[in-house]
Design a protein around this ligand. Structure first.
Ligand code: FAD
Length: 492
């Protein structure tokens, strides 16, 4: 997958997609597999928005049952099974413990009822085992962090964990394999219209500064939390879609979990919080607070950090993690469709596909877990608008190819497992433009204890020889990465 900007301008595409997050990726792959000609442009790096900042779960969403979102949970459980089969190298089953302590608002029997319903909504022949109830001593021996006074027991249930950024990039690479022309660092700045019809999008190549025009019969706005802005740019009117965006923060802390994910109840606001195993570390999150600024500016602030660490201390008082122990942090913005619900965590996570003008579809809301189903619906709709008949979605039964090369060269890290050959392969086939692109989204190094300068230098050397960087470019790339790395620690 090479960056070929000229190929974006040399024809009229059936579909031009704005946004290289998981929804844009899924739409591009599905449309290209159905034989449509497809272009995709992303303003920063692929997965540079929300799709690398999630909790990294492919899950039914147990907590949505409290809001009676049965349709969403059933669809998510179905999609969990499909994604597990589609990308077993990036999506893997994970067992969770949900502990209940004296004074928790949700009792053990309420949790058990919820999990029974969850099992019932899981498709038959799913690889997920049924739930179990654990006594306090069983729960504490499975996950010592849970041992504490007042533990009444825990429920063990099963979902999946994924590498969100990598799944997005591999989906885009597969779209490219099926003929899509894709480019990162191309920012859409406007549209050319003829009456109500969009004729082309205008973009700026963020690498060269050149202007680009991409002509298409249909445009798909898959810009996640930016969806309102792009809809406004295209329709030149407000209100085409309205969001109530919320920010979600995660902290990466030294490893606490033994092998389970822990899903615990906050002691003072009824929210549910995850503490998940992640390579040599644990992920603690998330928050859910209204956020109306530029989604690209979201970061963990002091209040977020204190909130998350306090909640963990209340659940696991014997685990000592101080602010200075935080390895890194990240924040994403949920594109939640506006509703009357006051509490952010009770607002619907369903997706909506809206048609504006005659040839623009905006995809808003939704979960990572349901991206394939959302993309299928969007491409079905695109085919109807384009008058394309006789195509069938094939993403459900077509696995993503596993392209990781056999290990070779120096082992740069063991948790996550990264070899020099992975860096070379990524440079040749995953379109990284900067050192950060590679370390943050094409490996998991930046969310581990190994994202530091010593490994970054080695990755930078390999990239320089693959991509032809001179000494000054190398210095600049390294400095940029290290300043992002220390900012993500400092904000925490
Ligand atoms: C904190 C948090 C935790 C979450 N956890 C989970 C989870 O565990 N499981 C789950 O299923 N879901 C989860 N979600 C939801 C999930 O992450 C999102 O639904 C999903 O990533 C959205 O993908 P997207 O492609 O719509 O948006 P994005 O990934 O944000 O992609 C949109 C892209 O559009 C690009 N763009 C914007 N403007 C322009 C422009 N002018 N020109 C070109 N490109 C542009 C952006 O740069 C961005 O890359 C979570 C969300 C958050 C915020």
């Amino acid at each position: 997958m090479k960056r070929d900007i000229a190929a974006l301008a040399d024809r009229q595409f059936d579909v031009a997609i704005i946004g290289g997050g998981i929804v844009g990726a899924g739409v591009a792959r599905d449309a290209a597999m159905r034989g449509l000609s497809v272009a995709l442009v992303e303003q920063s790096d692929f997965a540079g928005g929300t799709s690398s900042r999630s909790t990294k779960l492919v899950h039914g969403g147990l907590r949505y049952l409290e809001h009676f979102a049965f349709r969403l949970v059933a669809e998510s459980c179905r999609e969990r099974k499909i994604l597990l089969e589609m990308a077993p190298h990036l999506v893997r089953p994970l067992s969770f413990l949900l502990p209940v302590y004296d004074g928790d608002t949700r009792s053990l029997s309420k949790i058990r009822t919820g999990v029974m319903l969850y099992d019932w909504l899981t498709p038959r022949h799913d690889a997920m085992p049924a739930h179990q109830t654990l006594s306090p001593s069983e729960a504490a021996s499975a996950e010592p962090a849970l041992a504490g006074s007042g533990l009444q027991g825990a429920v063990r249930f099963h979902d999946c964990q994924m590498d969100d950024a990598k799944l997005c990039i591999e989906t885009i690479a597969d779209a490219h394999r099926h003929g899509a022309v894709v480019a990162n660092y191309c920012r859409v700045t406007g549209f050319r219209r003829e009456w109500e019809r969009l004729v082309s999008l205008q973009a700026v190549d963020q690498v060269s500064g050149d202007n680009i025009e991409v002509r298409a019969k249909l445009f798909v706005n898959a810009t996640g939390p930016w969806v309102e802005r792009i809809a406004k740019l295209a329709t030149q009117s407000d209100g085409a879609i309205t969001l109530s965006p919320t920010k979600g923060v995660h902290l990466v802390i030294p490893r606490v979990n033994r092998e389970h994910g822990i899903y615990f109840q906050s002691r003072n606001d009824r929210r549910m919080i995850f503490l998940l195993p992640w390579d040599d570390a644990s992920l603690l999150g998330t928050t859910d607070t209204d956020f109306d600024r530029d989604p690209g500016a979201a970061h963990a602030d002091k209040t977020d950090v204190e909130y998350l660490l306090n909640q963990m201390r209340l659940c696991a008082p014997d685990v000592s993690v101080r602010e200075s122990d935080i390895i890194t942090s990240f924040a994403g913005v949920r594109a939640i469709i506006r509703s009357d619900r006051r509490r952010p965590s009770s607002r619907s996570r369903e997706a909506r596909i809206v048609r504006h003008n005659t040839n623009l579809l905006s995809v808003a809301g939704g979960k990572y877990t349901t991206f394939r189903a959302i993309s299928e619906k969007a491409v079905d709709r695109a085919c109807r608008i384009l008058g394309v008949r006789g195509t069938r979605c094939r993403t459900q039964e077509t696995p993503l190819p596993q392209t990781r090369p056999p290990h070779a060269g120096e082992r740069l890290a063991d948790s996550p497992d990264v070899f020099a050959s992975d860096i070379t392969h990524s440079c040749q086939s995953e379109m990284p433009v900067t050192l950060s692109d590679l370390i943050r989204r094409r490996t998991r190094l930046a969310l581990s204890q190994r994202g530091d300068e010593s490994v970054a230098r080695k990755v930078c050397d390999i990239m320089a020889s693959e991509l032809g960087w001179n000494d000054s470019a190398k210095r600049q790339m390294l400095a940029n990465y290290l300043s992002e790395w220390s900012a993500s620690r400092a904000s925490a």
